[in-house]
Design a protein around this ligand. Structure first.
Ligand code: G16
Length: 545
């Protein structure tokens, strides 16, 4: 029998957050994500798990973020944040999935079993930070998380509506006070403070202009930029759109995911030829840039472009300060082939390719002194090892005059980076600083290389887990025959490449294709989508060519 102290776990579940659905739910690319009305019991249980995790980590703070990020408004989600501000350790994803799916009757015993299995000392204090995005279903889910924390006698602290990266930052700061102050204000002081310090030292010139349009995706990121905007002075003039007013719906025909996948400008943003626009996603953890030319053609500057810009600016500063540090870049299969070629051949920077999901990129980036990681969808950041930070600090103190100057800039650049996770706001300031330092506008930034035309599609199948992949998702291992079919199709195109993978955030299979022309990329992606539909149990109407 479970100890009587766990009775309350069942009582809260039965009375307030009962499991009302039999649908199996899995901890995916970025936590649990599904229709909001299927999530309340899951979030309550993640409150329980966060307390257990905090105790396993000797009482260090764990985060719970209520968000479905880029998904549309009816969805919601929950994910746990580990003490260093990183995504939940992967070995715990199975535990989270198990706890989320047991019946209410088995919840008490499963909780007890997990406590034993992970050897949690339940006498220790436990601290959990809880944040949420702007979805109307988020407050109710945040309350369920609080109940889960209280049920196991942990201490919840609610942050209200914050971007996902702000919560990651606060968790890190609470456990490591050298990183910053664990509040939203502390975040602004660190990130925006560093931006202002660095920009004071950089004259505005060349093609760079200080006006930046921003598409806020009708989510939390734009709202936070509206707070920051007032403190930016002349350094950056933000013109904000899609802040959630005028009936604008979260991520609907706007935001980073829409812009990247559809390769179209978002609705709700005014357009001036050549004006650069930054497009955020719903919870402020992704960013892409774009501009329209004088013929209203859109030019996209996605995560690959941001990665190359940041990597080349950091490389420039490193060489100016004479630091010998190993910088590397991490991408996924979605990275445009032209970007990988540019990075390895022109920038001479090593590239690692990993599975989708920032958790995978983050770990791979830690293998370098300085690891720049970005998904093409605009999710990424830069990580600096202790060795890198110490080396740069030493040069800033003891180097020659010019070296000290560059090392000083680099230290501010590091300060401006949210190293816990991809962060649209921090990334925006990093991009704006790199462009300003180089006197570049979006057009010059675009000139670094020419993207191969590409297309992404979604296919609905009976069970997306029927698709398995290997080799960083570039090769499909099941269902049988699908990879052979993809290879046959790809062989008919010049510079053709295609892959398929099950999404971890939506109930779909994703298809990616690139080729030498847009027409070919579109056709190849449609053919591959048909192959998925035919061989992996497609549902609804067959994709058209
Ligand atoms: C999340 C993850 C990203 C991932 C994206 C799409 O982004 O954090 O790493 O690229 O989902 O994942 P999938 O293709 O598996 O659905 P976000 O912005 O929604 O949190």
């Amino acid at each position: 029998m479970p100890p009587s102290s766990l009775r309350v776990v069942y009582a809260f579940a039965r009375e307030m957050h009962p499991k009302t659905s039999e649908v199996f739910i899995q901890y995916g690319t970025a936590g649990f994500r599904t229709k909001a009305n299927l999530l309340e019991h899951v979030v309550y249980r993640m409150g329980l798990l966060a307390v257990i995790r905090s105790r396993v980590k000797n009482g260090r703070t764990i985060g719970i973020m209520i968000t479905a990020s880029h998904n549309l408004e009816p969805d919601n989600g929950v994910k746990l944040i580990d003490p260093d501000g990183e995504m939940l350790e992967q070995s715990w994803e199975e535990i989270a999935t198990r706890l989320a799916n047991v019946s209410d009757n088995d919840l008490e015993s499963t909780t007890e079993q997990i406590i034993k299995e992970v050897n949690a000392d339940m006498a220790l204090k436990a601290s959990v930070f809880i944040g949420m995005d702007t979805r109307y279903t988020s407050p109710r889910l945040a309350a369920a998380a609080v109940h889960g924390v209280i049920a196991l006698k942990g201490t919840p602290k609610e942050f209200g509506i914050v971007t996902t990266p702000i919560l990651h930052y606060c968790v890190r700061c609470r456990n490591d006070n050298t990183y910053g102050t664990p509040t939203e204000e502390g975040y602004y002081e660190k990130i925006v403070g560093a931006f202002k310090n660095i920009r004071e030292k950089l004259p505005v010139g060349g093609e760079y202009t200080t006006t930046l349009y921003v598409d806020g995706a009708n989510g939390v990121g734009g709202k936070k930029l509206n707070i920051i905007k007032k403190s930016l002075g002349d350094e950056l003039d933000l013109v904000l759109y899609n802040l959630g007013g005028n009936g604008g719906k979260l991520n609907l025909n706007c935001g980073a995911d829409f812009v990247k996948v559809s390769q179209q400008a978002p609705v709700g943003v005014e357009h001036k030829p050549w004006q650069r626009v930054a497009s955020l996603d719903g919870d402020g953890d992704r960013i892409v840039y774009y501009y329209l030319d004088d013929k209203e053609k859109m030019h996209l500057l996605d995560g690959d472009r941001i990665a190359t810009l940041l990597a080349s600016y950091i490389t420039q500063l490193l060489s100016a300060c004479g630091a010998q540090l190993r910088l590397g870049l991490v991408q996924t299969a979605y990275a445009n082939g032209a970007s990988t070629q540019y990075i390895t051949q022109q920038l001479k920077v090593p590239v690692t390719c990993v599975k989708t999901g920032v958790k995978h990129l983050h770990h791979a980036a830690q293998a370098y002194d300085i690891g720049v990681y970005f998904e093409a969808n605009g999710h990424g950041t830069v990580l600096y090892s202790e060795n890198a930070k110490n080396t740069i600090k030493k040069i800033a103190e003891e180097g020659e005059v010019e070296q000290r100057k560059s090392a000083g800039l680099l230290l501010q650049y590091i300060e401006m980076t949210n190293e816990t996770v991809g962060d649209a706001l921090s990334d925006l300031f990093l991009v704006e600083t790199a462009l300003c330092a180089r006197g570049q506008g979006a057009r010059q930034w675009m000139q670094a290389y020419t993207d191969l035309p590409c297309r992404q599609l979604k296919v609905t199948v009976q069970d997306r887990n029927a698709i398995s992949t290997t080799d960083a998702e570039r090769v499909c291992t099941s269902p049988e025959g699908l990879q052979t079919r993809i290879e046959e199709l790809v062989s008919g195109y010049s510079s053709g490449r295609a892959f398929v993978r099950p999404s971890g955030t939506e109930d779909v299979v994703r298809v990616y294709a690139e080729a030498d022309t847009q027409q070919s990329a579109d056709k190849l992606s449609a053919e591959v989508a048909q192959a998925v539909f035919d061989l992996a149990g497609g549902v609804g109407s067959r994709p058209e060519l």
